[in-house]
Write a protein that binds this ligand. Structure first.
Ligand SMILES: Nc1ncnc2c1ncn2[C@@H]1O[C@H](COP(=O)(O)OP(=O)(O)OP(=O)(O)O)[C@@H](O)[C@H]1O
Length: 413
């Protein structure tokens, strides 16, 4: 048997007179070379695709470990399997008569590979029986966009009430995708810009459930920005206070960092103080004091969550100069019709000066600020102050020494 096989393998063939075993050997070697070549090609293609998708490390701001990034990418519709109850919410964006699109949040599905996904898109608005919006494949001209979410971080189900993602894994707020916010802000159009702060541009937007929102797009080239984002998301997000604009959620995708706030349609304090809202009138002294106190209380609520950056240095210098040269009365906005009493003005200025003491150790605690502003006894008359100081000092009493120049001139006056 063995001898037969040997004889067969040793037979010469017509291919260059090579023996059978030689031909087999060459074929096997060629096969191995081809397999090796193909696997090298595939590996290098995968690698180059990965590096293409990767953003240089220097451009990716570091986020807290608590905040997980969602990898979202568009895939073709046949790669996913929708779950039951596809249609969750229809928001008719055409109500403003400018667009004939209906935005449809379709819901949740599963990728063929087992990953969770959500999918949504806008369809042409269908006029039917007087303009009601209709959903579904029939007549739709849009293609469904599927968002794939990493399986290690399953997406949260949209709330049946709002159509928005449910609370984020941080225990508060919604976790928006970039696409959610693009849809809300008309792709961050210039017309939707409502302001610009130190950390980014703020856009007006409308969520899928119709709620107006302010979307702050954090500039990722500002050093403080990532810190600002983290502080807001991890700390301010938990805080509820009637004087603080509520943070509704956030978006982290690639290098994008965005904060979504409830929309305040009443202008901002700067606009009220510097005349941009003058068609609505001017703030009275009482209203200003209320804002001051409300702000102090809000800061007290959110303290050492947030380290505010003071951008009022010139204002502070000006105030000190005015008080130092006994022109306190002149710092009151001339547009206020009912001027504050001397005592009320002194209370406000004294508190303000204490808060901007160059020695941060000497600045009052926010609780003391609230007490100073709320106390009608404050500032104490000089005799009472001397008397109380003999009994034991408090910051409020001590702070009045700082104001002594003006104080003396006011008492004389
Ligand atoms: N929730 C909101 N509702 C309506 N408008 C807003 C809202 N948040 C911000 N804005 C507008 O956008 C502007 C910029 O806001 P942002 O919070 O970025 O900066 P800021 O508070 O003015 O300054 P800074 O960045 O130094 O804190 C505001 O002055 C305001 O006009």
């Amino acid at each position: 048997m063995g001898a037969d096989l040997n004889a067969e393998l040793s037979k010469k063939t017509l291919i260059f007179g090579l023996k059978v075993w030689q031909i087999i050997g060459i074929a096997v070697a060629l096969f191995i070379v081809v397999i090796l070549f193909l696997s090298v090609c595939l590996t290098s293609r995968k690698k180059s695709r990965k590096t293409k998708n990767k953003i240089p490390l220097s451009q990716i701001p570091t986020v807290s470990k608590e905040i997980k990034e969602v990898r979202v990418e568009q895939v073709s519709a046949n790669e996913f399997v929708p779950r039951d109850g596809i249609l969750l919410t229809i928001h008719d964006k055409s109500s403003d008569k400018e667009s004939d699109k209906v935005m449809v949040h379709l819901g949740l599905g599963k990728m063929k590979n087992g990953d969770n996904c959500s999918y949504s898109d806008s369809f042409n608005h269908l006029e039917k029986d007087g303009g009601g919006s209709q959903s579904g494949e029939e007549g739709s001209s849009g293609t469904v966009t599927v968002y794939r979410h990493s399986s290690s971080h399953p997406i949260t189900a949209p709330s049946p009430l709002t159509g928005l993602p449910e609370f984020s894994h941080l225990g508060w707020g919604h976790w928006f995708t970039l696409r959610d916010l693009e849809l809300a802000t008309n792709r961050f159009s210039k017309e939707n810009v409502i302001g610009e702060g130190g950390y980014g541009v703020v856009y007006r937007g409308q969520l899928i459930n119709g709620s107006p929102v302010a979307v702050k797009k954090i500039l990722n080239n500002v050093g403080q920005a990532e810190k600002e984002f983290r502080v807001e998301v991890e700390a301010i997000g938990h805080v509820r206070h009637k004087n603080l604009v509520r943070l509704l959620g956030y978006c982290i995708e690639g290098t994008h960092r965005m904060l979504v706030y409830e929309y305040v349609n009443n202008g901002n304090l700067e606009q009220w103080l510097h005349g941009a809202m003058r068609h609505h009138g001017y703030l009275t002294w009482e209203a200003r004091m209320k804002i001051l106190l409300g702000t102090a209380k809000a800061v007290l609520t959110s303290m050492y969550y947030k380290t505010a950056m003071l951008s009022q240095v010139n204002l502070v210098d000006w105030l000190k100069m005015m008080v130092g040269s006994r022109r306190s009365e002149e710092v009151v906005d001339p547009n206020i019709e009912a001027r504050p009493s001397t005592r009320a003005l002194k209370r406000a200025l004294l508190t303000a000066l204490r808060c901007v003491d160059p020695d941060s150790e000497k600045r009052p605690k926010m609780g003391q600020v609230v007490r100073m502003l709320e106390s009608h006894e404050y500032p104490l008359p000089r005799e009472d102050r001397r008397h109380r100081r003999n009994q034991g000092s408090s910051v409020e009493i001590e702070s009045q020494k700082e104001y002594s120049d003006t104080d003396r001139s006011e008492s004389r006056g």
